[in-house]
Design a protein around this ligand. Structure first.
Ligand code: SF4
Ligand code: FES
Length: 220
């Protein structure tokens, strides 16, 4: 076990946890967007910033979802620096997704209710990467990925064409926090995203495990 202090409260935690996991286990609120407990932490959205310090070293901002909970770590989840960092991140998210109810609600919960900047065209994709990582880590097919850089970055199947490896499982639809990917995108051959190609005989990793268990008579 290790001991860390979160907002002045000493907490014992098992080795190998992240700060976010310890916070969640103790009902300490830290906002997240790109984190999902079924996926490897990515640290992309920067919404979960907290202040961390060890010993006499000055505090620094760190993403709670990727910051290991080390023995002696001092964590502040609601300092002025933390709140300011989250507000700036929320404003930037809102600048592109200003018509997405989930992002509007998230921004408001962090104290952002007015748009200071706005992209010419709203886009519900906040580039959280959940769909891409779920497709890779849970389903195991990598039918979609992030392409381009900067303002041109987007989620796409290879060469922006229907992906032959998409099995139409809908995991990307379910995990997307903004509703950007619609079921029609992966089930209709005529959808504008054309995520779906020729159906392949393939089980996602979770289904395949379940299938093996049932086939071997070990499951229900
Ligand atoms: S499509 Fe949805 S899940 Fe995928 S990166 Fe964009 S917002 Fe995230
Ligand atoms: S939730 Fe930690 S960086 Fe996105």
């Amino acid at each position: 076990m290790i001991q860390i202090t979160i907002d002045g409260q000493p907490i014992l935690a098992p080795q190998g946890r992240t700060v976010l996991e310890v916070c969640r286990e103790h009902d300490i609120y830290v906002p997240t967007l790109c984190y999902h407990p079924a996926l490897e932490p990515w640290g992309g959205c920067r919404l979960c910033m907290v202040e961390v310090a060890v010993g006499t070293r000055p505090p620094r901002l760190a993403a709670a979802c990727t910051q290991p909970a080390e023995d002696g770590l001092l964590v502040r989840t609601n300092s002025e620096a933390v709140r300011r960092s989250r507000r700036v991140t929320a404003e930037l998210l809102l600048a592109g997704a200003y018509d997405v109810p989930e992002i509007i609600a998230l921004a408001e919960s962090l104290g952002v209710s007015q748009l200071r900047y706005q992209l010419p065209e709203a886009d519900a994709c906040v580039l959280c990467g959940l769909c891409v990582r779920a497709c890779q880590e849970i389903v195991g097919v990598s039918a979609i990925s992030m392409i381009n850089r900067g303002i041109n970055k987007q989620v796409s199947p290879p060469l922006a064409r229907a992906s032959a490896s998409c099995i139409g499982c809908g995991t990307c639809v379910l995990i997307c926090p903004t509703g950007k990917i619609k079921l029609d995108d992966i089930t209709s051959d005529h959808s504008k995203h054309r995520f779906k190609g020729t159906p392949q005989p393939f089980y996602c990793q979770l289904c395949a495990d379940e299938y093996q268990i049932r086939a071997n008579g070990a499951g229900g």
